[in-house]
Ligand binder design. Structure first.
Ligand code: HEM
Length: 497
């Protein structure tokens, strides 16, 4: 049966030429778009400076289009500033999917090094456990700066995995700074609405000296930072190889496969792959870890239940520590920690780190539920709205891991939306899930997280405020204390292994 043609999907009326741009807030657009869902439905069309823009706010619509019809919904909008001028289109996030062998090759590398099979391998799991212990140590010695520790430990894990660059030698090559500079350029160049050249790509031909073309100079500076991220760590690996004792890393495995015969293009490709780990992982994982700390400070009953689960598994009868664990949890314990696994899922849902995902572009005219979707439309999935759908997640603003432990668990399948859709689904999702699991399980084993207390002894309520395209909680205070002095020896003995 043919569906009745209904024209474009509904949406709020805009102004001529500029469309709906003035109705979209600068920050936390997902909240406005969720309001529009209530008014117009789960498939909405707006226009931004003449570009038709479709917003999908239900799991059904997002999977119908971005997954089932992924062959035409998997390109990205052209990002002139960040992608072309600064050069991030050499990586994966900004690469076009259609007819682009480089896209396939980069996805393949992600799959090889951090797909589900690679993420279950012992070597990778042991590195993640070892690096996670650095986070525990930092929380032990300086608990107030938990946010900085989450960032720092995520950065050094990426350097260890990608280049085998040791995290315990004080960063002699300044690689953390090099990566941070490049990432700063990535965020600034990607800011929607900041660069005229994104709306009028013809401006990219202006020479640097031309009045008003200061963006060209900024792009050059950011590009130099990105080139350094491609080059310096790569040279480090090459030098290690020639010294004869390189540490294991993704780059090393790739170069070993090529047996010293890598072409200039292959060298460039693997450099771009390694840099893509940064652009995808450096901001997202720390945001999830900080959300976890916030969730625990706000929900002591969840923390009690999670700690009871850990204690029951890791406390030996007649242990010298009483009911305190005698070792840290490991990946092998995960199957026996269903409540902790549910806490991880709830972290992905409660405050998703990328609430709007990344934009997709449709490469062909299409029809959905009788509505016309024009070729070239930018398509966003409102991940935040999908993960706060009351029908699937009753009381969506509450942090309730038990929602995944019911018999007819519809919630677990939907939580995967936190990582996007179809051919563009986050290729770092397994490593991120593992990293957040091990951090959560070991932090809960070691520490008690609670609201902080001011000088007058009054409890300070942390405020739940998020901002940024990669959404991050605003700075808040809380207490992170060892659950028991005995645990200090557990962490010390465990750390010596
Ligand atoms: C908190 C953890 C993370 C979350 C919530 C997250 C979420 C996302 C989302 C929503 C997308 C867009 C998918 C789409 O377009 O439909 C994405 C893409 C991407 N993510 Fe992640 N991510 C996380 C961690 C990571 C990590 C650790 C890495 C790498 C080590 C990574 C690498 C990437 C890359 C390269 C892309 C672009 C893929 C493409 O365009 O084909 N992500 N991520």
């Amino acid at each position: 049966r043919r569906t009745r043609r209904r024209g474009y999907p509904p949406g709020p009326r805009g102004l001529p030429l500029i469309g709906n741009i003035l109705q979209i807030p600068q920050d936390r657009q997902w909240l406005k778009w969720a309001e529009w869902k209530a008014q117009y439905g789960d498939v909405i069309r707006i226009s931004i400076l003449g570009t038709p823009t479709i917003i999908l706010s239900s799991m059904q619509a997002a999977t119908d289009l971005l997954e089932s019809r992924g062959n035409i919904y998997s390109d990205r909008p052209t990002a002139t500033m960040a992608g072309e001028l600064v050069g991030w289109s050499r990586g994966l996030g900004y690469a076009q999917a259609s007819n682009n062998p480089r896209f396939r090759e980069l996805r393949r590398l992600f799959h090889q090094f951090m797909g589900p099979r690679a993420c279950a391998e012992d070597t990778l799991l042991r590195i993640q456990e070892r690096e996670n212990k650095r986070l525990l140590r930092k929380l032990l010695s300086d608990p107030d700066n938990f946010d900085a520790h989450a960032r720092n430990c995520t950065s050094s894990l990426i350097l260890v995995l990608a280049y085998g660059y040791p995290s315990n030698l004080g960063d002699p090559l300044d690689l953390v700074k090099i990566a941070e500079d490049a990432m700063e350029g990535f965020s600034v160049a990607s800011e929607p609405g900041r660069w005229w050249v994104d709306s009028f790509p013809v401006l990219k031909h202006l020479p640097t000296w031309f009045p008003g073309a200061s963006f060209q100079r900024e792009a050059q500076r950011m590009r130099a930072d990105l080139d350094r991220l491609f080059d310096v760590p790569y040279q480090y690996v090459k030098k290690e190889i020639s010294s004869g004792r390189p540490n294991p890393s993704f780059l090393l495995s790739y170069l070993e496969e090529k047996n010293g015969q890598e072409s200039a293009e292959e060298e460039e490709l693997v450099q771009a792959f390694a840099a893509a780990l940064y652009s995808g992982g450096a901001e997202t994982t720390p945001s999830a870890l900080t959300s976890f700390i916030l969730a625990m400070a706000l929900n002591p009953e969840v923390q009690d239940r999670a700690q009871m689960e850990i204690d029951a598994l890791l406390t030996r009868p007649n242990s010298p520590h009483g009911s305190i664990p005698t070792r840290l949890p490991t990946f092998e314990d995960r199957a026996q920690l269903p409540y902790i696994s549910a806490v991880v899922k709830e972290i992905w849902r409660w405050q998703p780190s990328v609430p709007l995902g990344l934009p997709h572009v449709v490469t062909q005219d299409d029809e959905y539920r009788g509505y016309t979707i024009e070729k070239g439309s930018v398509v966003w999935a409102n991940i935040w709205a999908i993960l706060h759908d009351e029908k699937i997640f009753p009381k969506p603003f509450s942090f309730r891991p038990e929602r995944y432990l019911t018999k007819d668990d519809k919630a677990s399948a939907t939580v995967a939306a936190a990582f996007g859709f179809g051919r563009r689904i986050c290729p770092g999702m397994h490593i991120a899930d593992n990293g957040v699991f091990i951090a959560i399980a070991t932090i809960l084993c070691m520490f008690r997280i609670s609201k902080s207390v001011d000088e007058q002894g009054k409890i300070v309520e942390p405020i739940i405020e998020y901002d940024g395209f990669i959404s991050h909680p605003r700075p808040f205070k809380c207490k992170i204390e060892l659950r028991s002095e005995e645990l200090r020896s557990v962490i010390d003995t465990d750390l010596e292994h």
